[in-house]
Design a protein around this ligand. Structure first.
Ligand SMILES: Nc1nc2c([nH]c(=O)n2[C@@H]2O[C@H](COP(=O)(O)OP(=O)(O)OP(=O)(O)O)[C@@H](O)[C@H]2O)c(=O)[nH]1
Length: 126
């Protein structure tokens, strides 16, 4: 099972979602920025590192949501979500096809990676 972190990043009242590119696994699905935990790395250090690598921004982690274990046809992940605030940096997409800043109730309209669906549902009640 692959441990993966992701961040629901607040920009004021909005939250950031990113779209996977056509060449990534789960092409064109929406997700929260993040990635695989490296050996010896904490989950919070991981999410901060991945967000900077993917988006060129710094975040402050505020809260951990409930992890989701999800089995895709060819791999299984433990997806660990964090709510975070944007701190600094110009947002630049390094890997993703697109991004959107959504109000909470707009998140449901995106075509999410399956593992993210329970996270979006929990965040609705947050
Ligand atoms: N970062 C991130 N990954 C997610 C989310 N939901 C979800 O199913 N994943 C899956 O978790 C896996 C690990 O994320 P990653 O971004 O480090 O991996 P990747 O597939 O881009 O890299 P890879 O091609 O080197 O394996 C991906 O296969 C991705 O599809 C999410 O919200 N954020």
């Amino acid at each position: 099972m692959i441990p993966v972190t992701c961040a629901l990043i607040h920009f004021g009242t909005k939250v950031l979602a990113v779209q996977r590119s056509e060449t990534m696994k789960l092409p064109l699905k929406w997700e929260f920025a993040g990635g695989k935990i490296e050996a010896g790395e904490s989950d919070i250090d991981c999410v901060k590192r991945e967000v900077f690598e993917e988006l060129n921004i710094h975040i402050e982690v505020k809260q951990r949501l409930t992890p989701v274990i999800h089995t895709y046809p060819d791999f299984k992940i433990n997806l660990i979500p964090f709510v975070a605030d944007y701190v600094s940096g110009d947002l630049k997409l390094k890997e993703h096809a697109d991004y959107v800043l959504c109000e909470k109730d707009e998140l449901r309209n995106l075509d999410w990676a399956e593992a993210d669906i329970p996270i979006v549902a929990e965040y609705m009640k947050y």
